[in-house]
Ligand binder design. Structure first.
Ligand code: UT7
Length: 313
């Protein structure tokens, strides 16, 4: 199956840092509770002047700065997000303008919640197969802080803002395997879009936790089996950064060393569609993921949705 080459990545988060102690002044929680239950230490929140598009644009610029390409050869721009600044126009159209990309480009937002970046890779690969241009720009960007119920300690402590970007081209010499799923469920995680009052994220924490630890190991086994390889052939796992305990449980279930699983949720918390994008970019910058490696990306979340991809870096 024709693969993809991730030429360059970038990630960006707003300057404002919110620590667990900061949150303990807003809701009845403690640094000890948040750290022990989630592994999260801090998160970044947008301030005046920051928004979904500014985050997405900065992450994209970082990726483009690392790649020596003609930006007129970018034929598709997809922003995975559920927290766009406008219902219309899409964040992607605004980023296209900010970056000065050519007009003959397909631009749209994709909403698959925390599976957004993984679903975005599959979508981008399909778009590039149809495109007359060589490159696609995929961004996961979220400004979730504006969608949080800051009176609900069960959810407001979990999320942060940020964006990650990847510049992608097709590559016949790289392998590619993907597995996806959806089981429609409004109750477990939702964020209403009510014209009369701004929607806030609602999550049934325990139900989501159980969904994650039962779904993700099966998902990973399935994509590895589909690729015709063993788990041991995966050099690095970059999973959705929802909870360190979830990542640990997945590693334990798969009997894989925890050290193969990248984590940066202590710094960014859960950034939904940006989570896997930021983690991948950070993992590459830190040398955790290297060229030539086989990397498994896995996302899961509201929908409910889930997806995993094995790529050759
Ligand atoms: O990106 C989408 C995917 N999201 C996820 O995967 C999140 C999955 N869920 C989780 O990560 C965990 O369920 C949470 C971190 C959200 C909660 O951890 P938990 O161990 O499942 O806690 P719990 O919901 O069972 O609550 C245990 C206790 C409760 O108190 P009582 O009823 O035992 O007295 C909660 O009210 O902890 C309380 N609690 C808190 N206490 C201090 C809930 N949130 C907090 C808090 N600080 N922030």
């Amino acid at each position: 199956m024709k693969g993809i080459h991730i030429l360059a990545t970038g990630h960006f988060a707003p300057d404002k840092i919110v620590t667990n102690d900061d949150l303990s002044k807003i809701v009845d929680t403690t640094d000890e509770w948040i750290t022990s239950r989630t592994g999260m230490k801090k998160r970044h929140f947008c301030e005046a002047g920051d928004n979904n598009v500014t985050l997405a644009t900065e992450a994209a610029k970082m990726a483009l700065d690392k790649a020596d390409i003609d930006i007129n050869e970018i034929g598709a721009l997809v922003v995975s997000t559920f927290s766009g600044d406008y219902l219309v126009p899409s964040a992607a159209c605004q980023v296209q303008q900010e970056l000065g990309l050519s007009d003959d480009i397909i631009c749209f937002d994709l909403n698959a919640a925390c599976s957004g970046f993984v679903f975005g890779i599959e979508t981008m690969r399909g778009l590039l197969m149809q495109s007359e241009k060589r490159y696609g720009l995929l961004i996961g960007s979220e400004c979730i802080s504006r969608r949080l119920d800051m009176t609900d300690r069960g959810s407001c402590i979990l999320f942060g803002d940020g964006a990650g970007a990847a510049l992608i081209e097709l590559d016949e010499n790289r392998s590619y395997t993907s597995v996806y799923g959806c089981h429609g469920d409004l109750a477990v995680i939702n964020c209403p879009n009510d014209a009369n009052k701004p929607g806030r994220v609602h999550m049934e924490g325990q139900a989501t936790y159980k969904f994650a630890v039962s779904t993700v190991p099966k998902l990973i086994k399935k994509v590895v089996e589909k690729a015709g390889i063993e788990l041991e052939a995966i050099d690095a796992y970059v999973c959705h950064q929802a909870n360190a305990r979830i990542v640990d449980a997945v590693a334990k279930h798969l009997k894989q060393p925890k050290e193969k699983f990248f984590m940066n949720l202590d710094e960014y918390a859960n950034t939904s569609a940006a989570s896997v994008a930021i983690a991948l970019s950070d993992a590459i910058d830190k040398g955790f993921c290297k060229p030539g490696q086989k990397v498994l990306l896995a996302g899961f979340g509201a929908g409910k949705t889930w997806g995993a991809i094995i790529v050759d870096l």
